[in-house]
Design a binder for this molecule. Structure first.
Ligand code: GBH
Length: 477
């Protein structure tokens, strides 16, 4: 069913698991600042100060990786642990040593690392220089990326530049529910997203020009999207709303990289049209344009990295009729609803609709010219009392992996790997520790942060052992 060299993985992110927020000269990140200065922004006033304490307990994480029989492990690097002020003027060698240990430890047990350079945790020093809204961030990110390629690229062959630019831009700069907590609806998110694309492209071009010939790895950006389809299959309005919905999530970042080097037409038309309607005019446009003087965005991904969790049925909505509110909601003028047959438990946004992943994979094949695809995140949360027999999550994984198999076999999608989110229960951003996404339970009340495999971990391990080839995965040799 699955190719012999299929990547079977699980994922984490630095701020969500590491702790050690100021250990050994680590610099402050925007999430450190957000949790410390606006504790009301996170459920229970929690923070990632200690989290799973993976900064100290990384060997236990390796144990978990081995217990599952993973071929791949996706982790992220903390920019401010490596470069406390965000720039290479000062390199924190303890941070370099930390990630070397983890990467070498993985390779020693025949597990290939997939490394994300940026998973929501900008150095606070760079936020104070304008953060993702400043055009200079692209060069700063490129310098950081080169430093990482140079330092770890002899062993890391799969790179993600930025995780979920959509979430970073929208939740961080439009809704203000993620760090840096900015609420400038309809303006800041487009600018931040634009600079993330510029930053990503700069790093990809650096890899391509300087490191690829020697290191032979692959670089992409992880794009999150729901699957979306019209609420009423007969309605042309619902169909148009669905097209906008996909353009504003998947298309916002995938279109520039895979199709035209620029934003989807539907997205630009929606944003510009709304600016006109609000009497703002279009100069400068809220959705910026790419400069011809910079290396292009088109073609800056060696594979498609997709984070998929859930699906929506879509109809027009966002109050555009007569409304004068400035924001992405009114630009988009589409709302996603959950089909009543999809169970919602755990976190409210995560309706269970495994079939949507197959649909989305098929859509990606058709729309983005048949790329190699890694599902870089997929998972299910539990909230409330801990269930070690997490049967619902077992079902979620089983059903979703079957959909991946169908996408490969029946739709001919070139899916190269699948990563469960997450290896461990961890700091779930604004939801604090209330939502548990792990294949391993973590006891956050115990000093030693004990990791215990859930039933879903056992079942995932069985799936993997049934399918994984005995051969050494290609990219660890
Ligand atoms: C991923 O985002 C992240 O990469 C990862 O760090 C995180 O732990 C994991 O999901 C689980 O959440 O609250 O109504 O505003 C997944 C995509 C998009 C899902 C934003 C939650 C917020 C919905 N996310 N969405 S709402």
């Amino acid at each position: 069913m699955f190719p012999h060299d299929f990547a079977w993985g699980a994922a984490t992110a630095a701020y969500q698991v590491e702790g050690g927020w100021d250990a050994d000269h680590k610099g402050e990140s925007i999430w450190d600042a957000f949790c410390h200065r606006e504790p009301s922004g996170v459920l229970g006033g929690h923070s990632g100060d200690v989290a799973c304490d993976s900064y100290r307990l990384w060997e236990q994480d390796l144990r978990c990786v081995r217990d599952l029989g993973l071929t791949h492990y996706r982790l992220s690097l903390s920019w401010s642990r490596l470069l406390p002020h965000g720039t290479t003027d000062h390199v924190n060698q303890t941070g370099v040593r930390y990630y070397n240990q983890v990467i070498n430890g993985l390779i020693a047990c025949n597990v290939a690392p997939m490394v994300t350079l940026y998973h929501f945790d900008l150095p606070q020093a760079l936020q104070e220089r304008g953060g993702w809204q400043s055009p200079h961030v692209a060069t700063l990110f490129d310098t950081y990326a080169r430093f990482c390629f140079q330092t770890f690229g002899d062993r890391v062959k799969l790179w993600i530049t930025i995780n979920e630019p959509y979430v970073c831009a929208k939740l961080g700069h439009e809704d203000g529910v993620h760090a840096p907590g900015i609420r400038q609806p309809g303006v800041a998110a487009y600018l931040a997203g634009h600079n993330m694309l510029r930053a990503h492209a700069a790093a990809w071009h650096s890899y391509d020009a300087i490191y690829r010939s020697k290191q032979g790895g692959l670089v992409s950006m992880a794009i999150n999207s729901d699957w979306a389809e019209p609420l009423d299959p007969e309605s042309t309005e619902d169909a148009a709303a669905t097209e906008r919905y996909l353009a504003f999530t998947l298309g916002w970042f995938a279109w520039p990289v895979f199709v035209t080097g620029d934003y989807p037409e539907v997205m630009r038309a929606a944003v510009d049209g709304q600016s006109e309607r609000l009497g703002r005019g279009n100069s400068p446009p809220r959705l910026p344009s790419f400069s011809k003087d910079e290396p292009g965005i088109l073609g800056t991904a060696d594979f498609f990295a997709l984070n998929y969790y859930t699906s929506r049925k879509v109809r027009p909505g966002g109050g555009r009729g007569g409304e004068t509110l400035l924001g992405m909601k009114t630009d988009l003028d589409a709302e996603g609803v959950v089909d009543p047959s999809w169970p919602v438990c755990g976190v409210p946004w995560l309706a269970v609709a495994p079939y949507g992943l197959r649909k989305l994979l098929k859509y990606i094949k058709a729309t983005f010219n048949h790329p190699a695809v890694y599902v870089t995140e997929n998972g299910f949360a539990q909230t409330g009392p801990v269930l070690m027999d997490d049967v619902q999550r077992c079902g979620y994984y089983q059903d979703t992996i079957v959909e991946v198999a169908k996408a490969i076999e029946e739709d001919g999608v070139n899916v190269r790997g699948y990563f469960a989110w997450s290896l461990l229960d961890n700091f779930e951003w604004a939801d604090g520790y209330s939502a548990r996404f792990g294949l391993f339970h973590v006891d956050f009340s115990a000093g030693e942060r004990t990791r215990t495999m859930y039933r879903s971990g056992r079942e995932y391990a069985q799936i993997i052992s049934k399918h994984r080839s005995r051969a050494q995965p290609e990219n660890t040799s």
